[in-house]
Design a binder for this molecule. Structure first.
Ligand code: G3I
Ligand code: 9MR
Ligand code: ZN
Length: 572
């Protein structure tokens, strides 16, 4: 077996493939149908416990010419084919983003945008507030995943991945990915996120608290969205959702300001209200499904990181919305200063609590802080990239150290076996997001090193490590599978996605990232195929019934979109 990134490699980047046996290897040019004499350096990287085989790393970085190739061995093995070209990740990037359009709730997907995946409008009814007689309208938003629920923490995290990517490297994002808003002069990433932000906005109560989720009481069957006629419920307010909401509304108020100041102002106002609610409710409200309800919980026994993120963003962004939007006015006003001091104190107390009881409750080797259950790295980004350094030097340095030390740990993990930053225990539900989040942290750390520390060599090493994570996801793994639909000779085909299961179209929607290998034995289907001896990387089943290893969801796609957009930022 020879495994490669089946999408391809950038001409000037390091190029690594993996073989499970030693031998002589050569590159074959698929167009010319001839063997090349480009050298391939083979290193024995030792036995990889997560893969269950010995790893031989094949370095073919000397291959720089644009083309389509594959690798062959003297033992008769052949890899999938791959491209080498400067814009090699562009189509992938756009498909990962277009995925969000396909997840839109409450909208007819028209053929001119959706092609064969056109579908009727869904979930138009009012939603019943749990514990009251009241019914309200909760419009728009993205279906979370293979189910049709809409969950605030999940949505906020997906939007954060996308809006931080946009803030950090805006040059990666165009206005032409063929969604209904394309060509309106606003980058499509902002158009897409706005669809979710308007949903989020409707989840806030008048007192600032934000409801946890809107879903049916139990998951619907394998039907198209329009045929899901179960009653929808709005579940209680939680501190987790309120904090995530506050943070993401702050980011929104910054990035939409040049395009739509009124919308930006209303995001800031809602963030402010959420912040007030958090201060008045210092306890974690957590969330558990009530009796008989089985839709996603997104439960989290620890909300200090969410609060830390909210206060970091409020400290950075808050301005007096009663004043004009003029930037010069923003810096005036003592009220804002005293509010900021309040946020700062709350931030420090949440950060201290976080540092003292570092959770690790989901069993991973190192937290990335870039997913729905730990958002600490988002807080780091909010502080580190604040051009006004409103947190002050000391906190700025502390958050920088947090981020860099995570990146260092991830980079160090790539020493032996597959060049990936993963240990066995990291292959939990959504392991491809763990993989991809670590790429995102490595990228963010590279940006910090370049921008403020001038440490170019270290930044390059982080970028190289981040690309290896992407190579794994796109095919360089022990399953010899690409975990993005439509990308690669061996792309997975049978996601746990109710739309795909019921749309009568043979192929899946392209650009969906699978959750990936999961060692938790968490669905009946995969239990038939894995046991305690199965190597972590192989605890995967390309079957729609295996929701613990083969579902798709918004915050997995957005995580990979972050990394992919970074490596495609100059070829828009
Ligand atoms: O808290 C335990 C910890 O004590 C233990 O050490 C560790 C290892 O077993 O597990 C920890 O909890 C895990 C939790 O994720 C936190 O990471 C659970 O086992 C694991 O089952 C849980 O998986 C989540 C899954 O929902 C089930 O709740 C996934 O992260 C989450 O992405 C997924 O989200 C679902 C939504 O609920 C519904 N919509 C689809 C979406 C994607 O599958
Ligand atoms: O489709 C559901 C998926 O979105 C969730 O991630 C998963 C775990 O909560 O549950 C799936 O729904 C299954 C349910 O939990 C049990 N009965 C079968 C459902 C469809 O496979
Ligand atoms: Zn819907």
């Amino acid at each position: 077996m020879i495994v490669v990134n089946e999408t391809g490699y950038l001409p000037d980047s390091e190029k690594i493939a993996v073989s499970d046996e030693n031998g002589e290897f050569c590159i074959v040019d698929d167009n010319e149908r001839k063997k090349l004499d480009t050298p391939i350096a083979v290193t024995d990287a030792g036995y990889d416990e997560t893969a269950g085989h010995r790893v031989y790393r094949l370095d073919f970085s000397d291959l720089k010419d644009i083309g389509i190739y594959h690798i062959e061995s003297d033992k008769g093995e052949a890899s999938a084919s791959f491209k080498v070209e400067p814009g090699v990740y562009k189509t992938l990037k756009n498909a990962l983003q277009k995925f969000f359009y396909f997840q839109r709730c409450g909208m007819t997907l028209e053929e001119r945008y959706a092609g064969p995946f056109k579908r009727d409008i869904c979930h138009q009814g009012l939603s019943h507030i749990v514990g009251s007689e009241e019914k309200i309208s909760i419009p728009k938003g993205w279906h979370d995943a293979g189910d049709y629920g809409r969950y605030v923490s999940a949505g906020a995290v997906a939007v954060a991945h996308m809006l931080y990517a946009y803030e950090l490297f805006p040059e990666a994002f165009g206005d032409d990915i063929n969604i209904p808003e394309s060509g309106n002069g606003v980058p499509d990433i902002l158009n897409e996120c706005r669809y979710e932000l308007e949903f989020l906005s409707s989840m806030q109560d008048e007192d600032g608290g934000v409801h946890h989720k809107v879903t049916s009481w139990t998951f619907c069957g394998f039907v198209m969205p329009k045929d899901d006629d179960k009653e929808m419920f709005v579940f209680p307010v939680t501190s987790l959702s309120t904090a995530d909401f506050a943070a993401v509304m702050c980011i929104a108020s910054r990035v939409y300001e040049p395009y739509d100041p009124d919308f930006a102002r209303s995001c800031m106002h809602q963030a402010y209200l959420a912040g007030q609610w958090l201060m008045e409710h210092p306890e974690n409200t957590d969330f558990h499904d009530p009796e008989g309800c089985n839709t996603g919980e997104y439960t989290d026994p620890f909300d200090k990181d969410e609060r830390m993120w909210a206060y970091a963003e409020l400290m950075r962004t808050d301005y007096d919305i009663r004043q004009d939007m003029d930037r010069s006015m923003r810096t005036a006003g003592s009220k804002r200063e005293s509010r900021q001091e309040g946020y700062r104190q709350e931030f420090v107390s949440a950060l201290t609590a976080y540092e003292e009881s570092h959770p690790h409750y989901d069993g991973r080797s190192v937290d990335d802080g870039f997913g729905w259950n730990d958002v600490s790295s988002f807080a780091a980004i909010a502080v580190i990239f604040d051009p006004d350094k409103r947190s002050g030097e000391e906190l700025h340095d502390r958050m920088t150290a947090m981020l860099i030390s995570r990146a260092d740990e991830f980079a160090a993990m790539q020493e032996g076996g597959y060049p990936i930053s993963m240990k066995k225990e990291d292959f939990i539900w959504g392991s491809n997001m763990v993989m991809s989040n670590r790429a995102d942290i490595l990228i963010t750390a590279a940006l910090v090193l370049r921008q403020s520390m001038g440490a170019d060599d270290r930044a390059k090493a982080y970028e190289k490590a981040a690309l290896n994570q992407i190579h794994y996801i796109l095919g360089m793994n022990a399953m010899d599978i690409s975990y993005v639909t439509g990308f690669g000779d061996n792309a997975f085909k049978d996601p746990h996605n109710r739309v795909t299961i019921s749309d009568d179209i043979e192929r899946p929607i392209p650009g969906e990232l699978s959750g990936g290998p999961c060692i938790l034995f968490a669905d009946e289907e995969i239990k038939k195929y894995i046991n305690a001896e199965t190597p972590a990387q192989r605890c995967y089943l390309d079957h729609h019934l295996s929701y613990s290893s083969n579902e798709i969801t918004i915050y997995w796609n957005s995580s990979l979109l972050f990394a992919t957009a970074y490596f495609d930022r100059s070829t828009r």
